[in-house]
Design a protein around this ligand. Structure first.
Ligand SMILES: CC/C=C\C=C\CC(=O)SCCNC(=O)CCNC(=O)[C@H](O)C(C)(C)COP(=O)(O)OP(=O)(O)OC[C@H]1O[C@@H](n2cnc3c(N)ncnc32)[C@H](O)[C@@H]1OP(=O)(O)O
Length: 314
């Protein structure tokens, strides 16, 4: 239904894009929880795809995300990744049924061994989201987070999704989205990224504390004003069009410049200004020698968009 309405409203070029990004076809890959598509040149779409379970993160999901982003990292044709959720919500968080025995009720009778094994598992689950940041750093892709549209009365959720989206570079949502750091409601401290990354995404420490300590919902307008998302769209169609336009803007620029910018932004986030400047100098002592600078400068002098330049793959 959604794809029919969308098709009639978009250009021929965008029709195939929205078809590729719609969830109706199901996963077209080896993965059981992810659907992968290529809606435009240099852009990969990763869709969380268990809509009947609200994209709850089961055991397969945690390892498939790592495999998927490793695969993307090895794909020189990919420059931007768009991540979204199939169906009415982005994700309902950890799969409480499938994961219960693994994490919430660990087996064994020796505290040290149970603890040791739990630590291993937590570290492994952390890698599921860190891989987005880490591997895209070592490659040259940007990640958008897009949330699916649904009616106001059913709401959109990003529960464990907050861990995932804070590892992405840019976050977009629809007007009827809400976000929740849900962990305290199920008796635990969030352990796969939210408490580490959210304070670096949202400027207000007080707001981060409030969200994490009370598990209250944060709606789209507050998410925008706090800086969790950079744009709010009226509906999914507008959001996908906007996300792909933005992805196209990034993918059309020098991958040397884009990759270097991303890596140095993340480095600056985690280090002092002095350390960041030092790292930058070392980075650019080689990267400034790229032919992309000369090509781009020449295009600027001729008042041409950088998107008119054919940049080679990294
Ligand atoms: C190492 C990491 C350790 C732990 C980390 C935990 C972090 C977290 O993820 S905390 C968040 C945990 N998630 C939740 O508490 C959400 C639970 N779900 C809900 O509250 C509701 O489903 C809802 C999200 C508010 C949506 O409600 P509604 O729209 O009414 O849909 P439902 O009918 O409830 O759900 C449809 C279908 O999906 C199944 N489902 C929903 N959430 C989960 C889940 N988290 N795990 C497993 N399955 C889930 C639900 O059971 C339904 O399935 P049916 O087969 O149709 O019954």
């Amino acid at each position: 239904m959604l794809s029919v309405i969308v098709r009639s409203a978009l250009t021929k070029c965008n029709q195939s894009v929205v078809r590729a990004m719609s969830s109706s076809g199901g996963p077209a890959s080896a993965y059981t929880t992810l659907a992968i598509s290529h809606p435009a040149e240099s852009i990969t779409h990763v869709e969380l795809h268990r809509p009947e379970k609200l994209n709850a993160m089961n055991k397969a999901f945690w390892s498939e995300m790592v495999d998927c982003f490793n695969e993307i990292a090895g794909d020189p044709d990919c420059r931007v990744v768009v991540v979204s959720g199939a169906g009415k919500i982005f994700t309902a968080g950890i799969d409480l049924m499938d994961m219960a025995s693994d994490v919430l009720q660990p087996q064994g009778d020796d505290t040290a061994r149970i603890s040791w094994n739990l630590r291993q598992k937590i570290t492994k689950y952390q890698e599921t989201f860190s891989v987005i940041e880490k591997f895209l750093v070592s490659e040259y892709c940007f990640t958008f987070k897009t949330l699916t549209h649904c009616h106001v009365d059913c709401g959109c959720y990003a529960l464990e999704g907050v861990d995932l989206i804070t590892a992405c570079d840019i976050r977009l949502c629809t007007q009827d989205t809400w976000f929740q750091v849900k962990e305290v409601d199920i008796g635990l401290a969030a352990d796969v990224g939210t408490l580490q990354r959210l304070p670096k995404v949202i400027g207000s420490r007080s707001l981060v504390n409030e969200l994490a300590l009370t598990a209250r919902k944060m709606y789209a307008d507050e998410a925008k004003s706090s800086g969790l998302v950079s744009r709010v769209f009226p509906d999914k169609e507008a959001m996908i069009t906007g996300a792909l336009e933005m992805a196209g803007e990034i993918a059309g620029r020098s991958p040397v410049a884009v990759q270097g910018t991303k890596i140095n932004l993340i480095y600056a986030r985690d280090h002092s200004v002095a350390e960041g400047l030092d790292y930058m100098a070392t980075w650019n002592m080689s990267m400034l020698q790229t032919q992309d600078v000369m090509k781009s400068a020449q295009a600027a002098m001729e008042k041409k968009s950088p998107k008119t330049i054919a940049f080679s793959k990294l």
